[in-house]
Design a protein around this ligand. Structure first.
Ligand code: ZN
Length: 314
């Protein structure tokens, strides 16, 4: 409100000066008020609920195709261009057609910062697995980050990665039965010669837990952990971002192995993990808010670090 009044006053002064002196006065361009970057967890919460309402969403399922349509509709609504990267994955259950969605928000540089999530859920024949935290939560947060970042002057191009097939098709997580989408993305980018411009990857996974506690992963780049845990401390989220190392295998590993500095922001301390109780009762909008705030606070520092030098991959 105040910004609008100032602009109106300036405009009035310019007009009256023009009229009095009959001299040409350069028009005063109204300065568009820059909206503060605000992650809105109430919007992200709707994204989370919509995904859960589609039911179990394993790779290759009609419900995952509906989820994909939903994600794409949300990107369309904010004019973020995207492409589908479809491939046939050889799995223990045979060939499954999978699709990554890759959105792009322009930045000053063509070099990219990736923000990634998986959007498939683990298949369970014996119960309905809804994946409210794993991974409707991180998919919702990535969509909301996209909305915020389209309103930001980004130093780096932001690449949004909605990855398919993170979950193992078999019950056990055993190579090569996992992270199909991220492996495919990395291989395709290497072959196309475009992986080198992906300067870092911020992976979100399982961030919906009501009782959120996130620990730094030792497979992530240390400098990224330092920036993110510093942001969390500054924002007063030290009880959520606990500085206690652990090691996790997730969609970031194919990127790490290809030399892309990456961070996995994940809460695996979730008793409902891979159970029928990973549902709306065990996740909260507040948890999405915390992670959204931290990522937005960390982003300028990550950009500075990338612009200043070549940080190590691990
Ligand atoms: Zn999972």
């Amino acid at each position: 409100m105040q910004t609008v009044l100032v602009v109106a006053t300036l405009f009035f002064v310019a007009c009256s000066a023009d009229a009095k002196n009959q001299a040409p006065v350069a028009p005063v361009a109204p300065v568009a008020p820059v909206a503060p970057l605000k992650f809105d967890s109430s919007r992200a919460w709707i994204d989370l609920q919509r995904q859960v309402a589609f039911g179990p969403r394993p790779a290759g399922s009609p419900a995952l195709a509906q989820t994909r349509q939903y994600i794409e509709s949300q990107l369309k609504a904010i004019d973020v261009p995207y492409r589908e990267q479809t491939f046939d994955a050889m799995t223990p259950a045979g060939i499954i057609r999978m699709t990554n969605i890759i959105g792009t928000i322009p930045g000053r540089r063509p070099d990219r910062i990736g923000i990634a999530t998986h959007y498939d859920t683990k298949r369970f024949a014996e119960f309905k697995f809804l994946g409210a935290s794993d991974a409707a939560s991180s998919t919702a947060a990535t969509l909301e980050l996209a909305r915020v970042l389209t309103n930001r002057r980004n130093e780096y191009t932001i690449e949004l990665l909605f990855l398919d097939g993170e979950e193992a098709v078999n019950r056990e997580w055993r190579d090569p039965d996992n992270t199909y989408g991220s492996k495919y993305y990395v291989k395709a980018a290497q072959q196309a010669g475009t992986l080198g411009r992906l300067k870092t990857l911020i992976l979100l996974d399982m961030i919906g837990d009501r009782d959120l506690d996130i620990r730094p992963d030792t497979n992530s780049a240390r400098w990224l952990n330092t920036i993110v845990w510093g942001s969390a401390a500054r924002l007063g989220y030290s009880s959520t971002f606990i500085p206690q190392d652990f090691t996790v295998e997730d969609d970031h590993l194919p990127f790490v192995e290809a030399g892309v500095p990456s961070i996995d922001i994940i809460d695996l301390d979730y008793p409902q993990w891979h159970t029928a109780q990973d549902d709306l009762d065990h996740v909260s909008a507040r948890s999405l808010q915390i992670v959204g705030d931290v990522v937005l606070d960390a982003l300028p520092q990550i950009e500075q670090q990338l612009a200043g030098n070549t940080p190590p991959a691990r």
